[in-house]
Ligand binder design. Sequence first.
Ligand code: ATR
Length: 287
Amino acid sequence: MNQITGKTRICGIIGDPVEHSMSPVMHNAAFEALGLDYVYLPFRVRGEELKGAINGIRALNIVGLNVTIPHKMAVMPFLDKLDPLAERMGVVNTIASENGELTGYNTDAPGFLQALRAQGIEPDGKSIVMIGAGGAAKGISFILAGAGASLVILNRTLSRAEELASQIAQYYHRKIAAMTLNEANLKRAFEEADVLVNTTSVGMVPDVDRTPVPGKLLNSHLAVSDIVYNPLETRLLREAKAAGARTIDGLDMLVWQGALAFEKWTGQKAPFEIMKQAALKALRNEK
Ligand code: ATR
């Protein structure tokens, strides 16, 4: 790591827990590669200390923070400004300080969009099937609808899918359908689908044998994306590859959200590959 000096600028992540975050290794690798006198630190912050932690950004002249579970929504009232996208989604994962004025951004959802585009997939005009209607699904569905995709949301609990669909419809005039997650509905949704996105944790360690979509329904016309990155190749992605589909793994989304935050804090283009390699190494060491 770079030598810490009197001029070193501080970034970090707040959450509870933060021990498993890959952001410190990703960002510190990027600072080192670009020779920037910055450091990125993990801060475990309990809910009752959140307001104090945000005031600490100003008090300690911290450049910026990532925000992770469980603070992504709770942090919003303590900021000075919200980026329009973060405001619309109601989720902040990145804070940038400009002379103590704190702006909240969402880079998770734009990171997902970048990961798709980096694979040559442009959502505009595409039909996208999204599994899940929780926190991760919210950002992803907003960004996809905003980018011009039509969406089918399938969720185990239908009412959550319906609620999310109606939230999106308030902002974007796209075709948004909500259905219960089952085989018949998946089959129907796939008739027109270009892209499948899993936003649930199904298939994540330790449940690596599980998949949200039966492999027999997958086909070579689909691009399949999974937000789960541990394992890097989930059962869903393995079966998608076997069916001839293009795949986008969850690590790319994670690294892109970091890259976009990095650019806000440093004003420099993020070294994506270096960040990805650092994240991959951390992921392997975790096992
Ligand atoms: P996150 O913020 O990670 O998205 P969440 O808000 O709890 O977490 O949402 C989890 C999503 O995964 C939900 O869509 C959830 O479905 P329900 O709304 O029916 O709970 C989905 N999910 C979790 N476990 C699942 C399982 N075993 N099968 C199908 N869907 C599951």
